[in-house]
Design a binder for this molecule. Structure first.
Ligand SMILES: [Zn+2]
Length: 208
């Protein structure tokens, strides 16, 4: 079960195997729902023990690693529900991911660059939305439509009382960049180049 560019020719790192994370349960079927946090491949464990089933009850708020690859039925690549963090894993909320509208190559690069800025600047969803809004109001680089769209969703997510880490924001940006670019072009990640471009000068302190 290798983690490599599979049916959709997606980049998924140089890993020899998937990095499986339990993120939810399918109540009706009694399955554990898993996803490779690296490439987005989905999977199910269809014979969980009672202890495993009980543990998975908490997976939506506390996703965790799964190492028994042989028990996983591999499903197609799908939307990202989990992100890797410094301390483990966390859910990516569906409300934030929403519907994906195709992105141009330029917009894709913009989203990838913003993801790096978010990590380097330690922006959570609120700061990211403020950051984008401050540029919409005139000064500095033009903000791409997909970035504005995601900023709105994080704003709404926070208004609804939820938190989001920089890792979650970056994962959402990267996921959107990747999914939005699919089908519109065969792309290669720009390895080794300075993808931060116009955003590279801005730091957390610039957010009003
Ligand atoms: Zn994988």
């Amino acid at each position: 079960m290798t983690c490599e560019p599979h049916q959709n020719e997606r980049p998924c790192g140089d890993r020899p195997t998937h990095e499986w994370v339990v993120f939810s349960t399918a109540l009706t079927e009694g399955w554990l729902m898993l996803q490779c946090v690296e490439c987005g491949t989905h999977g199910t464990v269809e014979d969980p023990s009672e202890i495993e089933w009980a543990k998975a009850f908490h997976a939506p708020s506390k996703p965790y690693h799964w190492s028994e690859d042989a028990r996983i039925r591999v499903r197609p690549v799908g939307p990202f529900y989990v992100a890797r963090t410094e301390h483990g894993y966390e859910r990516i909320p569906r409300e934030v991911m929403g519907r994906v509208i195709p992105v141009t190559e330029e917009e894709r690069e913009d989203l990838e660059a913003l993801a790096e800025v978010v990590i380097e600047g330690d922006f959570d969803g609120v700061l990211f939305a403020l950051f984008i809004r401050s540029f919409e109001q005139g000064q500095g680089p033009n903000v791409s439509e997909p970035a504005k769209r995601l900023a709105r969703r994080f704003e709404q997510w926070h208004s609804a009382g939820h938190a989001s880490s920089p890792q979650m924001v970056a994962s959402a940006l990267r996921w959107y960049a990747r999914e939005g670019a699919r089908g519109t072009m065969a792309h290669q990640l720009l390895e080794g180049s300075n993808r931060m471009g116009v955003w590279s000068h801005f730091k957390r302190g610039d957010v009003p």
